[in-house]
Every structure is written in C-alpha cells, then in structure tokens.
Design a protein around this ligand. Structure first.
Ligand code: HEM
Length: 72
C-alpha cells in the first residue's frame, strides 16, 4: 500500500531512514526547539529512540551526562 506524506509517496518496499535528531526539532512537539532548556516539560524527545527499540543504555547515558555537566 502506498502512503502519501506531504508531497512524498512512499511505496511498499521503499527503504526509509528516520532521523531522530530532526524529530527533536519538530515545532509541533517543542516550543522553541533550538533553545537549550534542561527543565523543558513536557519533553517528548526521541534521542534514545522509542518503544521496543529504546536505548538500553539510556539511564547510564543520563547519569554520565549529568555528572559531566555537574563538573563543568
Ligand atoms: C547519549 C548517549 C546515547 C544515545 C544518544 C543513544 C541512542 C540510542 C538510540 C537512538 C538507539 C536506537 C537505535 C535503533 O533505532 O536501532 C540506541 C540503542 C541502543 N543503545 Fe544507546 N545511546 C546512548 C548511549 C548508550 C550507552 C551508554 C549504552 C550502553 C552502555 C547504549 C546501549 C544501547 C543498546 C544496547 C541499544 C540497542 C537496544 C535494542 O536494540 O534493544 N547506548 N541508543
């Protein structure tokens, strides 16, 4: 089955690549997405993917990043 997204037609079997970083800049989901705001809420970012593909190291990565910023 073909799917229309905007001006693009995706055909059965087409290979697509999702850009998680780009999704985090979606103005429909984030107010002023380019602004760095550690207190942003809600913050539905997909930096660590989503659902069954969610990053298994996300909690470790968060701790590492918090520790890095704490030491700055
Ligand atoms: C800022 C740091 C990190 C980011 C942004 C990140 C991001 C991601 C993303 C987007 C995926 C999904 C990839 C896909 O769709 O196939 C993923 C998967 C995964 N990540 Fe991370 N990751 C980070 C750190 C880590 C760390 C520190 C570990 C382990 C110590 C880790 C372990 C994994 C594993 C094992 C998967 C595969 C999960 C699965 O397919 O079930 N990641 N990560």
């Amino acid at each position: 089955m073909d799917i229309e997204i905007g001006d693009v037609t995706l055909r059965r079997g087409d290979l697509i690549m999702l850009d998680f970083a780009l999704a985090n800049f979606d103005k429909r989901a984030f107010d002023d997405p380019a602004r760095i705001d550690f207190g942003r809420a809600p913050n539905p970012h997909v930096t660590f993917a989503h659902g069954p593909w969610h990053c298994l190291g996300a909690q470790l990565a968060r701790i590492e990043l918090q520790e890095s910023f704490r030491r700055c």
